[in-house]
Design a protein around this ligand. Structure first.
Ligand code: CP
Length: 337
């Protein structure tokens, strides 16, 4: 317990990071306080040197068999910040999977050499399977889900909430706010993980704005209903964004299209500079990135646009998570009130 802030260190600390459903409000408050503290270490050479001294005896494998720019680089950078050596596989065709080795055997092999596996895969549920498999071996290592098909992207949701929390702090934080999520809500894993994480906040309302073909999946609709979080599905994009405290834009996930599928017209769900006067003056505009034409580059200079900060925040949230996975978070001093 940190007596000054009444923020309790989660116990037990997480063994793996697999799903946004594994976190509660206490965990989030602790993680974000830790993240903000760690950022302060970045301001001096001594601070950075201290962070690098925390885990130089640890090795990580970044197994990314689906494309990634920011998740890969921010995890790799987070490892460097903490002194962790990082190896990578970015294409299963360059591993012995090409010779017929199962993905499970490949991942078990990594656990022979490293202390942590951070993985992105097109296969939904693979992270959980591998975590369970390794937990039954003499050398279990933490598994971090860095994106599992159209299923989950828990660390993206963690950094999204951190960004929302910081951006909305002058307006009283996330509790009581309306968050509008836009785009391919059916297959966008960031939306699925973020919506579930938002159930930890009080009186939040989510407005899902999408073409009918991209409405949220039934399992998410069910989970949100059970949680009691208020949500609404609409194709009235203009009304939804005007009413929102935060707008979370997402791209179309056409990598999951069936062969020969007819493209869905999403042009009515693009946020352009022409919309800016209609948004709340203190609205927050976010996007997990990468973007296409759903988010106009002309918005980048608007003070409400937070997506570049959002991706930078991702590195610091991931540094904080790694300290917790290795149990050295208590060596980072929490701030005075
Ligand atoms: N937000 C996100 O997951 O981006 P990348 O695909 O570039 O990692």
């Amino acid at each position: 317990m940190d007596r000054r802030r009444d923020i309790e260190r989660p116990s037990p600390l997480p063994q793996h990071i697999l799903s946004s459903t594994q976190f509660d409000r206490g965990f989030l408050d602790y993680l974000y306080t830790l993240t903000t503290t760690i950022r302060r270490f970045d301001k001096s050479r001594e601070g950075l040197g201290y962070l690098q001294s925390l885990l130089p005896h640890k090795r990580a494998m970044l197994y990314f068999t689906q494309p990634s720019t920011r998740t890969f680089l921010s995890f790799q950078s987070a490892c460097h910040v903490l002194g962790i050596s990082a190896s990578e596989i970015r294409d299963a065709a360059t591993s012995s999977e090409r010779k017929g080795e199962s993905v499970e055997d490949s991942l078990r092999t990594f656990s022979s050499y490293v202390d942590l596996i951070i993985m992105r895969s097109p296969i939904a549920g693979l992270c959980e399977r591998v975590a369970q498999l390794l937990d039954g071996t003499p050398r279990p290592v933490p598994i971090v889900n860095a994106g599992s098909g159209p299923d989950e992207h828990p660390t993206q949701a963690l950094l999204d909430i951190y960004t929302l929390r910081r951006s909305l702090r002058l307006g009283g934080g996330i509790d009581g706010k309306t968050i509008c999520m836009v785009g391919d809500l059916k297959r966008g894993r960031t939306v699925r993980s973020l919506a579930r994480l938002l159930t930890n906040y009080d009186d939040v309302r989510i407005v899902f704005a999408s073409p009918p073909a991209f409405r949220i999946a039934e399992d998410l609709r069910h989970d949100l209903s059970v949680s009691g979080l208020k949500f609404h599905e609409t194709d009235d994009f203009e009304a939804a964004i005007a009413d929102a405290d935060a707008i979370y834009m997402t791209r179309i996930q056409d990598e999951y299209d069936a062969v020969g599928a007819e493209p869905v017209d999403t042009s009515r769900f693009h946020l352009t500079a022409a919309h800016l006067p209609r948004l709340k003056t203190d609205a927050v505009i976010m996007h997990p990135l990468p973007r296409r034409d759903e988010l106009d580059v002309a918005i980048d200079d608007d003070p409400r646009a937070k997506y570049w900060r959002q991706e930078r925040n991702g590195m610091w949230v991931r540094v904080a998570l790694l300290t917790m996975l290795f149990g050295v978070d208590d060596r980072v001093q929490l701030p005075e009130l």
